[in-house]
Design a protein around this ligand. Sequence first.
Ligand code: CP3
Length: 361
Amino acid sequence: MNKEFAELKNDLIIRAARGERTERTPVWVMRQAGRYLQEFRQFRQKHDFFEICRTPELAAEVTLMPIRRFDLDAAIIFSDILVIPQALGMEVQMVASVGPVLPKPLVIPQNINDFLKQDIDVEKELSYVMEAITLTRHKLEGKVPLIGFSGAPFTLMGYMIEGGGSKTLSKTKKWLYEYPEESVRLLKLLTDVVIKYLVSQVKAGAQLLQVFESSAGFLGPKLFNQFSLPFIQQISSSVKQSLTDLNLPTVPMIIFVKDCHFAIESLSHSQYDVIGIDWTIEPSRGRQLAGQSVTLQGNLDPCALYADSQQIEGLVKDMIESFGTNRYIANLGHGIYPDVNPDNLAVFVNAVHKYSQNTDI
Ligand code: CP3
């Protein structure tokens, strides 16, 4: 597919990620293309979840749904973090009102060899994601940048061992204590795939990259430093190095971590341009931990969108005042919930526009 794209008309998020001053704070929302949108639910009645992921025209259409409705400053490619375990040979089902199910999870380290293809051609196995990205870039016509993403190794390992979501991640953490070396082997295998996957996404047209370490909070500081941090650090440094070697643009990278205030300081010394944080931390404390040389993203409680418009406006105003308009990208602290009224998302987005104008530039 042709990769000559239209000129970008709105680069607020890219400039904020790089620490440049912006006329106002950019805003997007995790899971902005999802079930809270009636048009998405209708689409899902006709198409299976992974059918959408695997069909570039369908994935592009869903990616654009929230962009058509709201004044968002970025699109995120419609896909899922679990396409990586699939590419490695694991079956993943998306079960209604349950979530993802991997019927044959990894139980013992020997399963790494038994169940997983060891040396996959990432660009080939996940070519449908790259095609969806290229097609979506064309369809966006430069309106806003397109974010590519991947799950981080530990979060992926969690789904591969638990066989789905989990309240404790105890099976996965049992591996960390019982089989630390084999756990590292699995994490390294995943890291290698994630690096290739993200570089391919940029080749295909992704303009920013977000890495989701959504399960980091289960680890606590010690396990995080051992089983998450080294791998997410390697991802940012290797992706950036590969992009430079390939003469590709070095796109801003965002790391999203959940429930781990303890990680913010170390992450601020890594090569990520942006740290995405959840709502359990005061913005000012987040800034204190992160220092001045990284952009923060977040962090309104997704449940705040159940409040009335006036309350939402007030919460957004407070949030922007405490983060400040410099080095800041507005977002929720985690994905939007399926039963949120989309009108309330509009209130959120419009309030960011209203309260974050920088009149001095
Ligand atoms: O943000 C976007 O709009 C882009 C698309 C996107 C999806 N999943 C679509 C999706 C992104 C970025 C993801 C990431 C993802 N997937 C994460 C990391 C972010 C996070 O929430 O922590 C994780 C852990 C997954 C795995 C996953 N996929 C879960 C746990 C679930 C079930 C929970 C839920 O919200 O239902 C999914 C399903 C999923 N992924 C849906 C969507 C729109 C809903 C399923 C459906 O349509 O039936």
